[in-house]
Design a protein around this ligand. Structure first.
Ligand SMILES: [Zn+2]
Length: 96
């Protein structure tokens, strides 16, 4: 059994996807038991998946980033001063 096939299947299992045809969880575990390289690879893949899951489970981090961006946009946009009403529009007033 090629390690690359095993790792493809392990990746699928971590992602919650179906295992490739011909591979079972039992075979994966059996390969891991006898292949230190794949064990190390699997540990790294698990750590990465856990980190991604944590990021997805905490959208507050994204909220904070979005809030910071909004604050920057607000401070950057220069609003015109208050417009006093009536002075610009003389339509309702006739001289004479
Ligand atoms: Zn292997």
């Amino acid at each position: 059994m090629l390690c690359s096939r095993i790792r493809t299947a392990l990746s699928a299992r971590l992602d919650g996807e179906e295992l490739p045809p011909g591979l079972t969880a039992h075979r994966l575990d059996g390969h891991l038991a006898g292949c230190p390289d794949c064990r190390r690879w699997h540990a790294q893949a698990q750590a990465l998946t856990a980190r991604l899951d944590r990021a997805a489970a905490h959208p507050e981090d994204d909220r904070a980033a979005a809030d910071a961006l909004l604050a920057r946009l607000r401070s950057a946009s220069v609003l015109p001063g208050p417009v006093s009403p009536g002075t610009a529009d003389t339509g309702g007033k006739r001289a004479g």
